[in-house]
Design a protein around this ligand. Structure first.
Ligand code: IPE
Ligand code: IPE
Ligand code: MG
Length: 249
């Protein structure tokens, strides 16, 4: 691993980075390999990106690994992606645990094989006291599905309409207690949200790169963070500089 010093102003490190790990299929195609080889290469890269996230001092990372729409892919690919999740847990769990990574799952477990569901739940349980990095794995995740489930639970809980607020809805989402993503990275150049964190991304900054996910390295990660540090996040207001100028006439 190349360990260059982190040259970022610390106050501008995002609290929460979310990544749409896209382009595995095209990465494989460009090398004349089967799509699953792209997913394997993507998984290797994920391992590096998790390490870099810890080194950069970012406390929350969410990764989009399988969407509620990805069931529409050929069955062999879906099976392959399930197997990859299983292998990752088998091979990486103890190392991630040692590094202080707390694993969480966001999405629906129901459609996964019972043995895989158990593996995911065990991994979450085993790492629940870790505090260095919270890693949310979005697997069988859909933003609309998440919101629909939140609405169902709010109704079931008998919450009066006037008590429903922005903050309260947030508490019914999978990401309850997790700050909204400051920065969302999407690899492979697609300019769309693809049902990822659609509620939580209301004021996220985006970094979109043509690089395919397996090639997204630490250098480019650092570039994404540097770009983020230069963004002027106004949240609907006006920037500090403009406000100061207005105050000083
Ligand atoms: C992202 O890569 C991984 C998953 C969606 C599981 P893709 O498989 O979408 O790769 P492309 O977009 O076809 O290149
Ligand atoms: C988004 O990528 C889902 C994941 C990265 C897991 P897709 O490849 O499924 O998105 P679309 O179909 O190009 O929008
Ligand atoms: Mg894709």
């Amino acid at each position: 691993m190349t360990d260059q010093p982190v040259a970022l102003p610390l106050e501008k490190i995002p609290q929460h980075v979310a990544i749409i790990m896209d382009g595995n299929g095209r990465w494989a195609l460009s090398r004349g390999l089967p799509r699953l080889a792209g997913h394997k290469a993507g998984t290797e890269n994920l391992r590096r990106v998790i390490r870099s996230t810890v080194e950069f001092g970012i406390p929350y990372l969410t990764i989009y690994a399988f969407s509620t729409e990805n069931w529409g892919r050929p069955p062999e690919e879906v099976q392959g992606l399930m197997r990859i999740l299983e292998d990752v847990i088998d091979r990486e769990l103890s190392e991630l645990d040692k590094e202080g990574v707390q694993l969480r799952h966001i999405g629906r477990l129901e459609r996964l094989a019972p043995s895989l569901q158990e593996k995911v739940l065990d991994a979450v349980d085993m790492t629940k006291h870790n505090t260095r990095l919270t890693l949310n794995i979005a697997f069988n995740y859909g933003g609309r599905d998440e919101i629909v489930q939140a609405i169902q639970r709010i109704i079931r809980d008998g919450v009066p309409a006037e008590d429903v607020s922005d903050e309260m809805v947030g508490r019914y989402l999978y990401t309850a207690g997790v700050p909204d993503p400051d920065l969302i990275i999407r690899t492979s150049g697609e300019l769309r949200v693809s049902n990822f964190l659609i509620w939580q991304a209301a004021y996220s900054e985006w970094y979109i790169t043509p690089t395919y996910w397996p090639d997204f390295d630490k250098e480019e990660y650092r570039r994404a963070l540097e770009t983020f540090a230069q963004r002027d996040r106004r949240f609907g207001g006006i920037s500090e500089a403009v406000a100061n100028r207005a105050r000083n006439g």
